[in-house]
Design a protein around this ligand. Structure first.
Ligand code: UN1
Length: 490
């Protein structure tokens, strides 16, 4: 059985206390690797090595740092198919989507590499003569990255590449369900020439390794994607040390379908958004808010189409929906199916654990007669479950859309431009799609949400550099005399 070690100061090392954990294929339950579990001492060593590497890495001109990222992007491209297959075995998503995940990592790596020749500051006139004013960007320092299992390559890359191009040094803790993908990414960056200590990887649980990262005084910022509960905890703990925190948390993303929508197009979008990645995206479409006039037709067609989805191993040519990540997620989804039934929603399809293979499968599930106060309409399930709610007009639909504590993605299907613009204006979310599903954000636009989805940061796009740099304001006075701002201007 292949063992995967920790990566500290440019070396693959065993856990100092010998602990390991299993990495399991969620479709077949086969063991695919033994992963070393970092101890507190290992995390400390990783942070120390990142700190030692900081001076030299942050002093390297950004276009030189970029060369390493460009090389890594090309290597990812060359290895796309192999990485996608490995991802499906480790995480379960169907092969086409795994290819998309690798592609997203490739895209952000090229994009971040390009930032090496931008990293723009601003210049602006001074209020005084013979004085120059500008801003420059500086790295933050040693940054801790804690990443989830649902995009095992794309999300680590979303965080690592912008953080690296900005000149930070890193300690990465990938999700324990998908560490191998992060390990492959570390190998690629190392082969591409990343100096030792710049990127360190420690594997293990959130309550041990994650906590040790968050509490380490040398860590200046933490970037986390995952659950609301963990995000709140990180924000509280890191706040005590005045660390910067960026959070991408849950979603309960709505698709509004108006009575003037192209129904077939809307159904394509609902199926893709609700059951793609087996519903395990923070952008997943977990609520459909249908105009009452089209609800019966929509439901009937949606059931027909969903029935045809084939569950199985994501490597299979004919598989539409892969497994969920692990047994505890499977049990959580099953529990929500019961909650939905008990609170009076009607199960229109699915609702049960399935057994096409020994792994963790759940039937694509549709609930109707869902009201906004029900738990299944408010809480993130992170599985193949979609709730149908109804509204009598756009205003009510938007009110329902906004009635949850999250606000990541959202969508409206409508043939009416007025409805589209009203939705853009009024839906409380970081992303709104018009006549497209809630998933599939592109890496060169900001990604993030409002309310409990995060703490206001946006990843990717031009905003990604904000996440990983500090601005310094610089005044250069070339008058040769004391000039007093605000005072000498009359
Ligand atoms: C996530 O689920 O955490 O927009 C990220 C999307 C993907 C990213 C999802 N590009 O669905």
């Amino acid at each position: 059985m292949q063992e995967y070690k920790l990566f500290i100061n440019g070396e693959w090392v065993e856990s100092s206390d010998g602990g390991t954990f299993d990495d399991i294929n969620p479709a077949t339950l086969e063991l695919i690797g033994k992963i070393h579990k970092a101890s507190d001492e290992d995390v400390k060593n990783a942070v120390d090595s990142a700190e030692d590497a900081f001076d030299s890495w942050s002093s390297t001109p950004a276009p030189q740092r970029a060369k390493i990222l460009f090389r890594a992007a090309r290597m990812l491209e060359e290895r796309k198919e192999e990485l996608a297959r490995l991802m499906t075995s480790e995480m379960g998503k169907v092969l086409k989507e795994a290819r998309g995940d690798v592609q997203e990592a490739i895209d952000i790596t090229y994009y971040a590499a390009g930032e090496g020749r931008r990293l723009f500051g601003e210049t602006t006139p001074s209020e005084l003569p013979d004085k120059f004013a500008m801003t420059v960007r500086r790295p933050i320092g040693v940054v801790g990255l804690i990443t989830p299992w649902n995009f095992p390559l794309a999300i680590p890359a979303w965080k690592m590449m912008p953080a690296l191009i900005s000149g930070n040094t890193l300690v990465l803790k990938p999700a324990s369900d998908t560490p191998i993908m992060a390990i492959e990414l570390v190998k690629i960056l190392t082969e591409a020439g990343l100096p030792k200590g710049v990127l360190n990887l420690v594997t293990g649980g959130g309550d041990t390794v994650g906590s040790a990262i968050v509490h380490n005084k040398k860590i200046r910022a933490v970037s986390f994607t995952g659950s609301l509960e963990t995000g709140k905890w990180i924000l509280g703990e890191a706040g005590k040390e005045m660390k910067r925190v960026s959070l991408e948390l849950g979603g309960k993303n709505p698709i509004i379908v108006m009575d003037d929508a192209d129904l077939n197009l809307a159904i394509d979008g609902i199926i893709w958004g609700a059951f793609g990645t087996t519903g395990q995206r923070c952008t997943a479409a977990s609520r459909v808010i249908a105009h009452e006039k089209i609800l019966p037709a929509l439901l009937q067609k949606l059931i027909e189409r969903t029935k045809k989805l084939r569950l199985g191993n994501g490597l299979g040519e004919n598989t539409d929906v892969g497994p969920v990540i692990n047994n505890s997620q499977l049990q959580k989804i099953a529990k929500y199916a019961d909650i939905g039934k008990n609170e009076g929603a009607k199960l229109a399809l699915g609702g049960r654990i399935a057994h096409p293979l020994p792994g963790y499968f759940f039937e694509p599930t549709i609930f109707t007669d869902v009201t906004p106060d029900m738990r299944i309409a408010r809480e993130e399930i992170f599985g193949p479950v979609v709730c149908l709610l109804t509204a009598s007009d756009l205003e009510e639909a938007i009110r329902i859309a906004n009635s949850v504590e999250y606000g990541l993605s959202s969508s409206i299907y409508t043939g009416n431009i007025k409805n589209a613009f009203k939705a853009i204006e009024k839906i409380d979310a970081g992303i709104t799609y018009i006549n497209a599903s809630t998933i599939g954000a592109e890496i060169h636009l900001p990604f993030g949400g409002v309310k409990s989805t995060g703490n206001g940061t946006r990843e990717a796009g031009t905003t990604t550099i904000e996440e990983f740099t500090e601005l310094k304001t610089v005044y250069i006075d070339y008058s040769g005399k004391l000039q007093k701002a605000q005072i000498d201007i009359e």
